[in-house]
Design a binder for this molecule. Sequence first.
Ligand SMILES: Cc1cc2nc3c(=O)[nH]c(=O)nc-3n(C[C@H](O)[C@H](O)[C@H](O)COP(=O)(O)O)c2cc1C
Length: 164
Amino acid sequence: MAKQILIVYFTWSGNTRKIANLIHKEIGGTTFEIQPKVPYPSSYNEVVAQAKKEIQTEYKPPLKTKIDHIESYDIIFVGSPNWWSTIAPPIATFLSEYDLSGKTIAPFCTHGGGGKGQMISDIIKLCPKSTILEEFVIYGSGAGDAQANVSQWLHKIGITQLKR
Ligand SMILES: Cc1cc2nc3c(=O)[nH]c(=O)nc-3n(C[C@H](O)[C@H](O)[C@H](O)COP(=O)(O)O)c2cc1C
């Protein structure tokens, strides 16, 4: 039976959504944009300050909506922008709230020059019982033109299931 694929991501300015859409274009599956119950401010300075506080205190913001039947998915793509060298807090909430043990996680991230930072080790910490595949990392503003890179990565990690 075909593996069930879920593509979960958080985005503040749209870059990570672009990668999620490119993954979906290649392999299909279900996409889900994680949103916190209380939206982040739209001002850059304000969101940077709020994110710093949340990350320092390991705050996990409540999420707006629940994902139904997470147990039915085998492979979960998890996308986040690099926020203060780690995953955005709503992604930390997602990884903590759902039981992802035994599942395969394919992380992807966009950044503003700092690369993946500690994002992958932080994902591993929150999902000790999942198999974490090699990550996809890209500079944020290049996200829209990344189809070839995304395709190459999907082949490398062996997920090439076609949309049906
Ligand atoms: C609150 C905040 C913190 C950020 N911290 C970092 C950082 O530590 N390192 C980095 O390379 N980029 C950082 N960035 C830049 C984002 O990672 C980058 O612009 C990313 O592509 C944004 O993704 P999005 O459009 O999906 O929100 C930060 C951006 C924001 C808004």
